[in-house]
Write a protein that binds this ligand. Structure first.
Ligand code: COA
Length: 706
């Protein structure tokens, strides 16, 4: 089979065969030949149709075996679904590298067996499959437009990978209308074989591609996608638009391309973990595409200190808001800024960031202040804003921008401009941006563009962490799990789950299981009052609902009374309940309640969740996710990225919580899940975090069904 590294031939084919080529202009098989011809492809083109003859000047071969060449890079197939398999069989007579199957009517409508049969045959003969159910491929490197979309694709530096064909065709038209140049556009269709990971690996090293935009509906091989994205985002920006955000949207995608949409919050978090920029809309994604053209010319920032220079206070405030939104850090060393801008800013202006040159600012004021920022090594990026005023000689504006842009480039410092005003300014924006100078109409766009440079910088600097394995007895955990499964029980009992925690070295409250009243009293005294008592039964999951939990038990009499009541209530709740005993538990001290969870995810395999816990977890929804495995720094980043992190850091004079121990719990829970093939969910809610240490109070572990 064609190796992954050979995917290069898909983007640089020397020859293309079109099965189902037609001379009927109403047919897709005609459009493909027409697009290939008018796109200026210089390789060999072989239309195939049983009628023979000529299509648009190309001789037509009646059968693939008649083609006077043995090795073919791409065979594009556009014939009805029931004929595709036999056409692929014919392809096996030649040495074909890639099948690009346009035809619909496979897994997207449930015809999965036929799709699998085709891929199996193709693989047996060394062919990789793109599609089926897609519109084709455009690749700038050989000027090949093998799609049935529009003709006029503008060559450029943006790669688009799309799972939806129709949207992709729309994007060809849209990009051309927006003057956005493409290095490639590939429709992935049902992703029966080649998926985004294969294509991303190629595009990461493709010098023609500066930015990659992906439209996705579902994730099939999440772990591979994560690994590839982590590498690609260190080389160039990847922007993802994923549909299925809303519940209704998620249902629509599930039935659209036959793939399953993962939960959006998880997808969103994992894209962030991989350094991907997530676009809300196609418009936003394509705008990033346009800005990527600037990225050919703007250097990456060398540090986090950005400065805003403006002649309008309002515009400055808007820019500050945009910086917060897009996580662009504003320089705040007041003493240094005063020194840097003292000469350039008038006495009634401000040298606080945003640097306010006031409405009286002239071209010379801009020149002086921008130069001051460019020449200050403590400033790493410049955001220059201009609001139209009567005192500024606008004929000078374009000159100032060009001069200062070149000056910034000479010292490898990024600068973006935003102009707000009338027709003349609009004209400058058009003219200057056509020269690849980053000049924007909207201040949010300017800062969003700058933020994508910061994203790339962050991705480049981010170390791929070594994953540390804790030494604990995984075999013992497996034995507990398998014992439960052998009893057709797909969750662990409280004592079993607690044993798993003990094995992993996660502290749990002191607890013992009593089989009778005397034992309960003995254990309560051993643990120390007050204690909590709960039923242990495989038949009673929701213990509180059954009246089988008693708290704050302070003495022997109360233990006996609680024991009797729990037994009575449990049997009223379920008269056949198999009761293992009654758990006597230390009543834990108050602390900060958090939740730690891990589960097997349909799309991304094992994922970890962390957030504020307790009974309000569903209401607060202050949780974050990451795909496993992760190292210490990433786990700590999870803890520090929840909205309520201030509570853990210590508010109102409280001491900070023991974050190191908490991170330890996250990593251990992650390791248990990752290494236990038959545990599907672990949830500890709450984990109580103290100034020193933690306690995993309530542990639930669910198992894989046979
Ligand atoms: N080898 C070569 N040519 C063959 C062939 C074979 N084994 N079998 C049929 N053909 C010829 C046909 O004779 C016809 O040529 P003609 O126009 O000269 O008669 C041509 O191939 C096309 O076949 P036809 O039966 O007319 O099919 P079609 O063009 O109406 O439809 C598809 C074919 C692939 C376009 C259609 O089945 C389909 O899947 N449409 C949806 C495509 C789509 O939306 N994809 C997703 C986009 S995002």
């Amino acid at each position: 089979m064609t190796e992954e590294s050979d995917i290069v031939s898909l983007f640089n084919p020397k020859s293309i065969v079109v099965i189902g080529a037609s001379e009927n202009p109403a047919k897709i098989g005609y459009s493909i030949i027409d697009n290939i011809a008018s796109g200026g492809y210089s390789g060999k083109v072989y239309p195939v149709n049983p009628k023979g003859g000529y299509i648009l000047g190309y001789p037509v071969y009646k059968e693939i075996k008649d083609i006077p060449e043995n090795e073919i890079d791409i065979v594009c197939i556009s014939i009805p679904a029931n004929k595709v398999f036999s056409a692929v069989q014919e392809c096996t007579q030649k040495k074909v590298k890639f099948l690009v199957i346009i035809t619909s009517g496979f897994s997207e409508i449930g015809n999965t067996d036929e799709e699998r049969k085709i891929v199996k045959l193709a693989h047996k003969h060394g062919m990789r499959v793109l599609g089926p159910n897609m519109f084709g491929i455009y690749t700038k490197s050989v000027s090949l437009n093998a799609t049935f979309g529009p003709k006029n694709i503008r060559p450029g530096s943006v790669a688009i990978l799309t799972q939806s064909g129709a949207l992709g065709i729309g994007m060809i038209g849209k990009t051309s209308a927006m003057d956005l140049g493409l290095s490639t556009i590939v429709s992935m269709g049902n992703k029966s074989d080649i998926d985004e990971t294969d294509l991303l690996e190629y595009l990461a090293d493709d010098p023609e591609t500066k930015v990659i935009i992906m439209y996705m509906e579902g994730v099939k091989n999440g772990t591979k996608l994560i690994n590839v994205l982590k590498k690609v985002t260190k080389q160039k920006n990847v922007i993802v638009i994923k549909s299925g955000r809303s519940k209704r949207g998620a249902m629509a995608t599930a039935s659209h391309t036959g793939s399953l949409a993962g939960e959006d919050a998880v997808f969103d978090a994992i894209m962030k973990q991989c350094g991907v920029i997530r676009a809300e809309t196609i418009k936003e994604a394509l705008e990033w595409g346009i800005w990527s053209e600037f990225m050919l010319s703007i250097p990456l920032p060398k540090g986090d200190n950005s400065i805003i220079i403006t002649n309008g206070g309002g515009l400055g405030v808007l820019a500050t808001d945009a910086c917060e939104k897009y996580q662009v850090n504003l320089y705040d060393d007041q003493a240094r800024m005063s020194a840097t801008f003292q000469k350039a800013v008038s006495s009634f202006g401000s040298t606080k960031n945003p640097i306010d040159l006031t409405g009286q600012a002239t071209a010379e004021d801009y020149r002086a202040s921008i130069s001051a920022a460019i020449n200050d090594p403590n400033i790493h990026a410049v955001i220059s804003l201009y609001c139209e005023t009567a005192v500024f000689d606008q004929d000078e504006l374009a000159k100032v921008i060009e001069e200062k842009y070149e000056e910034a480039c000479r010292v490898q410092k990024p600068i973006v401009f935003s102009l707000f005003g009338g027709a003349k300014l609009e004209k400058y924006i058009k003219e200057l941006s056509a020269k690849q100078i980053p000049v924007f109409g909207d201040v949010y766009d300017a800062i969003n563009c700058l933020s994508s440079l910061y994203t790339l910088r962050k991705n480049i600097l981010k170390d791929i962490e070594k994953i540390k394995e804790f030494k604990f007895d995984q075999n013992k955990i497996d034995q507990i799990v398998e014992k439960a499964r052998s009893q057709n029980r797909y969750f662990l009992l409280t004592d079993e789950a607690q044993e798993v925690m003990r094995i992993a070295g996660i502290t749990i409250p002191h607890c013992l299981i009593a089989k009778n009243e005397d034992e309960a009293v003995k254990f309560a005294e051993e643990i120390n009052y007050p204690v909590v008592m709960k039923v242990v039964s495989k038949d009673i999951i929701h213990k509180s609902d059954a009246g089988a939990v008693k708290i704050n038990i302070k003495n022997k009499e109360e233990v006996i009374k609680a024991y009797q009541e729990i037994m009575k209530n449990s049997l009223i709740y379920n008269k056949n309940a198999d009761i293992t005993g009654i758990e006597v538990v230390e009543m834990v001290k108050d602390g900060t309640q958090v939740i730690v969870g891990a589960r097997q995810d349909q799309s991304f395999n094992s994922i970890l969740m962390f957030g504020m816990g307790g009974i309000f977890v569903e209401v607060l929804k202050d949780v974050v996710f990451k795909a496993l495995p992760i190292g210490y720094n990433e786990a700590k980043e999870m803890v520090m990225s929840i909205k309520s992190k201030a509570i853990l850091e210590g508010v109102r004079g409280e001491k900070p919580r023991d974050i190191a121990s908490l991170v330890d719990v996250l990593l251990k829970v992650g390791q248990i899940l990752k290494n236990s093939k038959n545990i599907t969910d672990i949830e500890i809610n709450p984990v109580i975090v103290y100034e020193e240490g933690i306690k995993a109070v309530d542990v639930r572990i669910l198992l894989r069904k046979n």
